[in-house]
Design a protein around this ligand. Structure first.
Ligand SMILES: *[C@@H]1O[C@H](CO)[C@@H](O)[C@H](O)[C@H]1NC(C)=O
Ligand SMILES: *[C@@H]1O[C@H](CO)[C@@H](O)[C@H](O)[C@H]1NC(C)=O
Ligand SMILES: *[C@@H]1O[C@H](CO)[C@@H](O)[C@H](O)[C@H]1NC(C)=O
Length: 400
């Protein structure tokens, strides 16, 4: 059964809003970014790019179909948008995208909702399939995301890795400033006049357009239409990295072990990217092909550290069952258990404790007090654990 989103269909196919805006604002005055047609961009264009771009894309006629394909994605409504801007996560109420958008109809004060798709293979799959990431954006698609907000919602000043954002519905005002010290205080809202006075570059983005920002550019975003729906990508994903992040088995049929072991410029192997994105099946394929899944990567992290940080329980279980160590220490002397505790990934902690039932009690005695400490320091709605480590039979009890 198809998700029924009648309002979205009307709005997405109507395009009346977009036409109105186009007629009242000339293209020059509405955007100070360099403007370019997507047809003139090749994969790798971003290497030489030092400024924001507004990219006109062909084929925005598929918008309604794309939105329909996103309806089942779970979003997280965030009431702490400053926190979201700073740390890139949210743990508030969960809601299906289709339901959220319907709620926007009746509730104008509903806050922004997001999904970071690298935290869920099914989200990544749904988004990549619905949007069909254009080839010129493939090298900036390590992590995909989706954001929905309503007027006059705004996203506070923040910066991060190289990124692009495609508007599938609605218009947004962007304010950008180069990497380095931002002209205004980050992670809080500033009104449009303050942003303009502080010298931020200004651009209105319409439906079907992509905003591209090189790494480290500060940006604040304000929803201009009644609501907006954006999908996008972040982070470098050259060559095999793109396919590893998507869990795309077919892309690796002819791969050799040395290709699978090659580290990208961030020091991570294709297997590391698969672990970060939660693709246990792809890891199994890599193992069959003779990839090295044991050695730490260029940053001293094992696959278990990556999966623990991003919350991928399935990967942790697959590693433990396959006899791949989940107990190595990184350069900070952290095991995956510490990483999971710091990130607040309770299910991963549980899976690691189960896996660790097989390791030496002296190791457990060393780790568990630290895990409890990190859990408490970084508690976001976090369950604290009490652990009895003196026996091989590890028990953990959740205390609220
Ligand atoms: C959304 O979920 C419904 C019910 O499970 C399913 O029938 C439909 O195909 C899904 N839509 C997409 C685009 O995956
Ligand atoms: C609108 O949404 C907000 C946040 O989810 C909620 O607190 C408020 O009660 C809702 N208002 C109505 C009328 O549903
Ligand atoms: C935006 O919402 C307002 C108030 O609900 C409504 O009057 C207006 O028609 C909407 N505009 C568009 C373009 O949908």
């Amino acid at each position: 059964m198809r998700v029924v989103m009648p309002h979205m269909w009307c709005r997405a196919t109507g395009a009346v809003v977009g036409l109105l805006w186009f007629s009242t604002l000339s293209a020059g005055s509405r955007c100070e970014f360099k403007q370019i047609e997507s047809s003139s961009l090749e994969p790798g264009f971003e290497q030489g790019m030092t400024h924001p771009l507004l990219i006109q894309t062909a084929g925005s006629g598929r918008t309604a179909e794309m939105i329909d394909g996103l309806g089942n994605i779970t979003l997280y409504i965030t009431t702490a948008i400053g926190n979201q801007a700073q740390h890139g996560f949210t743990q508030d109420e969960q809601i299906a995208a289709s339901e959220y958008i319907q709620r926007l109809e009746t509730n104008k004060s509903i806050p922004y909702a997001f999904r970071q798709c690298h935290l869920s293979p099914s989200c990544d799959r749904a988004l990549a399939k619905a949007v069909g990431i254009p080839s010129f954006l493939r090298e900036t698609a390590r992590e995909l995301f989706m954001a929905v907000g309503s007027f006059p919602g705004s996203f506070p000043l923040h910066s991060h890795d190289r990124t692009w954002a495609l508007s599938l519905a609605g218009s947004k005002r962007w304010f950008t400033s180069p990497p380095g010290k931002p002209p205004l205080r980050p992670y809080v809202d500033h009104d449009e006049d303050s942003l303009k006075r502080a010298g931020f570059q200004y651009c209105v983005q319409h439906e079907g357009e992509v905003v591209f920002l090189p790494r480290g550019w500060w940006h604040a975003v304000i929803v201009q239409s009644n609501w907006s729906l954006t999908v996008g990508g972040q982070g470098a994903s050259k060559d095999l990295v793109f396919s590893a992040c998507r869990g795309d088995l077919a892309a690796f049929t002819s791969s050799r072990p040395h290709q699978l072991n090659r580290l990208d410029p961030s020091g991570i192997s294709p297997a590391g990217h698969a672990a970060r994105a939660g693709h246990a099946k792809l890891l199994a394929t890599f193992r069959e092909k003779g990839a090295d899944l044991q050695s730490p990567d260029g940053n001293g992290w094992t696959l278990a550290h990556h999966a623990a940080k991003l919350g991928h329980v399935e990967v942790i279980q697959w590693l433990a069952e396959g006899g791949i160590s989940v107990t190595e220490r990184n350069r900070m002397s952290w095991t995956a258990l510490h990483t999971a505790a710091k990130a607040g990934n309770v299910e991963v902690i549980r899976a690691l404790l189960q896996a660790r039932a097989m390791v030496e009690p002296k190791d457990q005695a060393h780790d568990f007090p630290n895990v409890m400490l990190y859990s408490m320091q970084h508690a976001h709605r976090l369950v604290r654990y009490t652990v009895r480590a003196q026996t091989r039979n590890v028990q953990c009890r959740e205390v609220s």
